[in-house]
Structures are given as C-alpha cells and as structure tokens.
Design a protein around this ligand. Structure first.
Ligand code: UDX
Length: 434
C-alpha cells in the first residue's frame, strides 16, 4: 500500500516510519526543505528513542522516502495522511486549523484515483467535514473519502505506542475507506489490537476526551498530593490504594509539578473552547486547565519555601528541564514557569538536562547550563529535580553531598524515598509525602 504523510512533526514522522516498518511504501512530505534534507541524511529533528534506527532501516529498504514535493507522493498514494500541527490559536485557545486546511487544498489539487484522506492531526469535532468540503469544492468529481484516525502515541515511547497501541480508532462511514484502513493496520491484528470504527465526529472527539480524561486524572492526584501535605498522608500510597481498583487503574496517577507537553495543555484548552461554543461546557476540564496552570506557578514557591523562604543571591542546581523524560520537548514544560520565578525571586539557576538544553537555551534567559548533574549542583544551595530522567534516579549521593553547599533537595517527581533521603542526611522535600 502507498502512503503519503503530510507533515514530519512528532506524529507524522513516527507514524510514517512505523507504517513503512509494517511494509507499506511511505513518502513523508514537508515544506521545510532543510528538515527534509536532514532527514534524508539520517538526522532526526526530534529526540525520540529508536527513531533514528527505524528511519534508517526503512530508508535502506526503500520503503520510506522524504520529499518537499507533494505532487508525486499524493498522486500515487492510496492513503494521504494529514499530520500537520494544530497549535493553540493566539488569543483564544482554539486549535489553529490553517495548516490542516492548506494540506486539504494541496491534496485536492494532486490526488488521482480513489484516495483516502486521513486526518491524524488532533482536530476539533467537525474538521473532517470541513476538509471534505474543501476537497469536494476543488474536485467536484473527485473519488475520495475523508477519515479521522487520531494518534495516541506518547513522546519518549512513541514507537512502542504506535506499534503496540491499546486501540486504533477510525472514524468514517465509507466502506472502501474502512477496508483500506483495516489493510493499513493489519500488522497490528497479530497482537489483537482492537480497531474501533465510529462516525467521523465521534472519532475526532475520542482523541480530545482521552487526553482530557488523562489530564483530569493527573490533576486529581496532584490535588490529592496537596491535601496529603496538609493532613500528613502519603500520595504515592493513595495512588496505589486507588489504582489497584480496576475501575480506576494505576496509570497516570503520579503526582508531580503539573502536566506539560505538546498535547495536554493545548488539547484541554481546545476542548473547553469547542464545548463552550457548543453550549455544553465541560466544567471539569475548565477547572483542570486552571488548576494545572496555577500548580506550575506554585512550584517555585514550594522550592523557595524549602530553602527557608528567601533565595536572594542563592544558587539553585536544577536537574531536568524537558516536560518529561526521554524527550527534548520543552513545550509547556513546568520548568518554563518555575525557573523564571526562581530568578525573579533573586536566585541564580544552573541547570542540566540530558537532551533539552539546546531548546531550553532559546526559552530560558539567564539560566546557566551545566554539562552534568554534578556540575549543575556544584556549590549550589539546593538541588531541585524537575524531570524524572532515569539518570537522575540513582545519583551518587557522596558526590551530591560533596558538590552541594547545603543538604536541601527538592524532588518534584518523587523519584527518591523520604526515609532514604533523611537517613542520608538530606533535608528532602517531595510532592505529597510526609
Ligand atoms: C500525551 C498522551 O499520553 C498521548 O496519548 C497523546 O497522543 C499526546 O499527549 P505526551 O504529551 O507525549 O502524551 O506525554 P504523557 O506521557 O502523556 O505526559 C503528559 C504530561 O503529564 C507530562 O508533563 C507528564 O510529566 C505528566 N504526567 C503524566 C504526570 O504528571 N503524571 C502522570 O502520572 C503521567
């Protein structure tokens, strides 16, 4: 089967490489010529474990191609995926669909023979109808179907999530399109992945509902953590205690500094906009958006509190900047709220992240970047863990003690045990644990 993938962002690139690995012939199209050139040379635009090898092997097998020229890719394709960005529109928080509509125009001009146009970008309910209308207007006799096929992959675990998903959701009422989508995902049937066929609008909403529900879950446990701190309970045990109930489930109950990333903040906001416009507000998500934003801001005060209430002239060594581990993505990372607030309170910040420092350098003015965790905390008045990278989980505490100018450790990801840290002589503050 021949696939054209429009957009080589996170979703487009990973999906394209994985479809190629399934045995399809995939051409990834992007307008950014330098990105395409780098991809042709095996240089990935993002840090994602395993992606470089997956791309290299499929390029070598001549199943994966990169181009800036959409014409051939679309003309020959059985399925054209739209995987362009849908950022928050400046000012109102609605999803900006201009790239999606531009892709639809382009596909309309180039498609040849029956073509299934698949929206993989996260798009508000009704976008598929708009895409269909754009193409129909340009090609009144065109033979095509527009399908919604949202992607649920997580950054840092993207390849595994794509290849071993919990489910595949396909929204269409066109039988030929349904057959083609089944064929495309056939390799997944080996491990009995459920494939859920729905109406297009339902499929579009499933993606937002899934992300919003997970954001609710995280925000719920974060508020439980605050409560635990007040009443002397342990949030990790609360998580386990409720998560073992199968109706609740154990995942996404890790308390932390608030969710960030390219999806949850943007998609929760877009869902509330859609819901308000439709006259059916989802107040729980409205609240989650507000609580999460406030939480990220409150983390700086927590750190300052742990340091005695005044950080003027003090140095803070920060471990981790990315919004979570295994990614260099800084979008809506809690560090972007925390570090400027610490500096505004008079602290000097020295930070280390294994992958995100280049990106962080563009976003965090005034932060000094270090070459290792130990260099970040050398002579510092506190060590603060913001991202749960594996390499921070087993630090050499003799080195930490020798480097630090104090015994203060603030762990916003609960990667250490309060008892162990106290036994080692640290004044240790974490999230929701006595
Ligand atoms: C998310 C969805 O999981 C994925 O299905 C969707 O396709 C895109 O958005 P991603 O943003 O890559 O994926 O990361 P995820 O692992 O979901 O984490 C999102 C944020 O929530 C991170 O800031 C993370 O640190 C935070 N989080 C996650 C918690 O604070 N606690 C948890 O228990 C889980």
């Amino acid at each position: 089967m021949r696939v054209a993938m429009i957009g080589t962002g996170y979703v487009g690139l990973v999906s394209g490489a994985c479809f190629a690995d399934f045995g399809h012939v995939v051409t990834c199209v992007d307008k950014d010529a330098s990105k395409i050139e780098r991809l042709k040379n095996g240089i990935m635009p993002i840090y994602e474990p395993g992606l470089d090898d997956l791309v290299a092997s499929n390029v070598k097998e001549e199943r994966l191609f990169f181009t800036t020229d959409a014409a051939d890719a679309i003309k020959d394709a059985d399925a054209v995926f739209i995987a362009v960005g849908t950022p928050s529109r400046r000012g109102d928080g609605h999803a900006d669909l201009s790239y999606v509509y531009a892709a639809a125009e382009e596909i309309a001009g180039l498609m040849d023979g029956f073509t299934v146009v698949v929206t993989k970008s996260t798009v508000p309910v009704g976008t598929g109808d708009e895409v269909e209308e754009i193409i129909r207007k340009a090609r009144p006799d065109g033979d095509f179907a527009v399908v919604s096929n949202p992607e649920f992959l997580r950054e840092g675990a993207a390849i595994k999530d794509f290849k071993i998903p919990d489910r595949v959701v396909v929204g269409t009422d066109d039988e030929r399109a349904r057959q083609l989508m089944r064929e495309l995902y056939r390799p997944l049937f080996l491990n009995e992945t459920p494939i859920l066929f729905t109406e297009r609008r339902t499929s579009e909403l499933i993606k937002y509902a899934a992300n919003a529900f997970l954001a609710v879950k995280i925000t719920f446990i974060n508020e439980m953590a605050d409560l635990c701190e007040k009443v002397g309970a342990n949030v990790q045990e609360v998580s386990r205690g409720i998560g073992l109930d199968n109706r609740i489930g154990r995942k996404f109950l890790n308390a932390g500094p608030g969710y960030g990333g390219s999806c949850f903040p943007k998609d929760t906001l877009a869902l509330t906009k859609t819901a308000n416009d439709a006259g059916a507000p989802v107040r729980i998500v409205d609240t989650v958006v507000a609580v999460n934003a406030a939480r990220k801001k409150a983390m700086a005060a927590k750190i300052i509190g742990a340091m005695g209430g005044d950080v003027k002239g003090k140095t803070i060594g920060v471990l981790g900047l990315a919004f979570k581990q295994n990614t260099d993505d800084m979008r809506d990372a809690p560090s972007l709220d925390i570090l400027p607030a610490l500096m505004a309170a008079g602290a000097k910040v020295r930070a280390f992240d294994p992958e995100a420092m280049t990106e962080a350098g563009h976003l965090l003015e005034g932060v000094e970047f270090a070459s290792s965790p130990y260099a970040a905390i050398q002579g510092a008045d506190a060590m603060v863990i913001i991202t749960e990278w594996d390499q921070f989980r087993a630090l050499d505490f003799d080195r930490v003690k020798a480097a630090l100018n104090s015994n203060i450790v603030v762990d916003l990801r609960n990667i250490y045990s309060p008892e162990d840290m106290a036994a080692r002589g640290f004044a240790y503050t974490s999230i929701g644990r006595p």
